[in-house]
Design a protein around this ligand. Structure first.
Ligand code: G4P
Length: 524
């Protein structure tokens, strides 16, 4: 690794955000194929073959046949090194999924063009928005009947509140899908034609010169009309606004048939930002600076059940990681030698010797790290900004099955909460332990780990979904607590109301206008 600057600037680190079934796995596979990281489609998630390449580390994963963790995949394309961080789907949705978005520099949003914007995409989009992450949109499945492209753009604007710039535009769809009009490269890419005829170059007016079979179809004229409309009334392309996450470039295509994917990848690499500076107690940390730093955004326990090991996922933010280097962990005030490190690929885990800003590596965790920990190597010690807190939506009341195991129970809960695996609350009146999560899977992981790591079986009573709102003032009348608006303390002794539903929240607000409530996810 000769030139640190060049290395860092070649990095593109992103997560794919989407609703399950929009085509995230299919697109990831195609990208990995372009990058030569895998040889066959079906390697990332072999639903049919039963081959799970990315991760089959945890018992639960094997039982459920899903990938619990946000895994990391890396490949090279032209001069770029691309890191893709996976964000798991709805059954395995968890706080980890959200936290993954703190470790990326951009996001790719895949939308099933027949369905438009769906719930999980919107949730993840909001986190990207909150963090100002640039978003690139891929409208997928154009080989099938889909919503009208203009309708899809309107949805982006109305539901998500983001402006869009279509980089290309579909010519027909479904059975009549002829290809895409590539505004950016001033060419048409034809669907299902031989490689040598695939691209048709356009003249300066954005039209085909001379005769062409495409012109025989009414769809060509319709596309030209729509392109004219976009040119006149649409948003202007702006690299700066893309970088700020205010404007999303939109690409149409079909991941399954590998159509429009390469054009998307090449434009993405051109406009997606390299590793960005991050805020710390010492101000912004420049990704090009020589001193090594990074932060831990996720801890995965029991990756290898035989060894009970834990892996901490580290996003490198500056300098160069070298195997065996010593780093400071300011929170614990200790120096640690990073002897065992792992790099993630699509089909295995391999040892990494060197990595730079933008890369994600796994480091062996003997039980030292917590989510959000900063690691530094220089004399200047600092800590990166605290990771955001995500509002839990699902709650359970938890107790130890065996009252004799209280000590283990408390220790287990404290550690798992500190690690960020789950959020803990205590009811104000009765001191019951409640757990909060953003997805059901977090409970399964919690139960599994309490049993296997802390030798404690737990009883969990489902309380279902609640709307959690934090109270601004320190003091609040405890008598306002009821079954429909339960008052609890979070782990920092901050008061939180858990409302049964939207109606209960509105009713409470009407009756108690003096009690100011907020959702932490709206404030970060
Ligand atoms: P996900 O990771 O976002 O959950 O989605 P995934 O890629 O697994 O795709 C979901 C389904 O949509 C798959 O079909 C996949 O083949 C299909 N699909 C993805 N991209 C396209 C596309 O561009 N066009 C069309 N027509 N279909 C697409 P499945 O039958 O549910 O899964 P499988 O059994 O084929 O794996």
């Amino acid at each position: 690794m000769s030139n640190l600057k060049e290395e860092v600037l070649s990095r593109r680190t992103f997560a794919i955000i989407s609703h399950p079934d929009a085509g995230k796995t299919t697109l990831t596979e195609k990208l990995l194929l372009f990058g030569g990281a895998i040889r066959d489609a079906g390697t990332v998630k072999g639903k049919k073959t039963g081959k799970y390449a990315t991760s089959d580390w945890m018992e639960i994963e094997k039982q459920r046949g899903i990938s619990v963790t946000s895994s990391v995949m890396q490949f090279d394309y032209n001069d770029a090194r691309v890191n893709i961080l996976d964000t798991p789907g709805h059954q395995d949705f968890s706080e980890d999924t959200y936290r993954t978005l703190t470790a990326v520099d951009s996001a790719v949003m895949i939308i099933d063009a027949a369905k438009g914007i769906e719930e999980q995409t919107l949730k993840l989009f909001k986190v990207c928005r909150m963090r100002g992450i640039p978003i690139f949109t891929f409208m997928n499945k154009l080989d099938r009947q889909a919503k009208a492209p203009l309708e899809l753009l309107a949805e982006l604007e109305e539901v998500m509140g983001i402006e869009s710039y279509p980089m290309n535009w579909p010519i027909g769809m479904g059975k009549e899908f002829l290809g895409i009009y590539d505004r950016f490269n001033n060419r048409i890419e034809q669907f299902r034609v031989d490689e040598d005829e695939r691209f048709v170059t356009l003249n300066d007016d954005g039209e085909i010169d001379g005769a062409h079979t495409l012109k025989d179809s009414g769809l060509y004229d319709q596309t030209l009309d729509e392109i004219m409309l976009l040119n006149e009334a649409g948003n202007e392309f702006s690299r700066e606004r893309i970088a700020k996450g205010e404007l999303t470039p939109v690409f149409f295509g079909s991941a399954l048939t590998n159509f429009g994917v390469q054009t998307f990848l090449e434009s993405y690499l051109q406009f997606a930002p390299p590793p960005q500076p991050r805020n710390s107690t010492n101000g912004e940390i420049d990704p090009l600076s020589e001193e090594f730093s990074g932060f831990i955004f996720k801890i995965q326990a029991n990756m290898n059940p035989a060894h009970r090991d834990r892996i901490a996922f580290l996003r490198i933010c500056s300098g160069k990681f070298e195997r065996g280097m010593s780093v400071n962990v300011p929170r614990v005030g200790k120096q640690i030698k990073l002897a065992q490190s792992t790099q993630f690929m699509a089909d295995d885990r391999s040892t990494v010797n060197e990595a730079v800003s933008g890369d994600i590596i796994g480091i062996y965790d003997p039980g030292t790290y917590q989510i959000g920990d900063t690691l530094t190597s220089g004399k200047n010690q600092f800590q990166f900004e605290r990771l955001p807190q995500f509002t839990p939506e699902l709650f359970v009341r938890v107790t130890a099955k065996n009252v004799m195991k209280q000590k283990h129970f408390h220790k287990g809960i404290q550690q798992l909460v500190q690690e960020g695996a789950i959020q803990l609350f205590k009811t104000v009146k009765t001191d019951d332990y409640l757990l909060g999560a953003v997805g059901q899977l977090q409970y399964e992981v919690f139960e599994h780990r309490m049993k296997n790591e802390y030798n404690t079986e737990v009883l969990m009573e489902r309380l279902g979904s609640k709307i959690a709102r934090w109270v601004e003032d320190e003091e609040v009348n405890e008598n306002l607590s009821s079954a429909r608006s339960l008052l609890v303390n979070d782990r920092y002794e901050k008061k939180v109301f858990l409302f049964e539903n939207d109606f209960a929240l509105r009713w409470f607000n009407d009756k108690n206008p003096d009690v100011k409530l907020y959702n932490p996810m709206d404030q970060q």
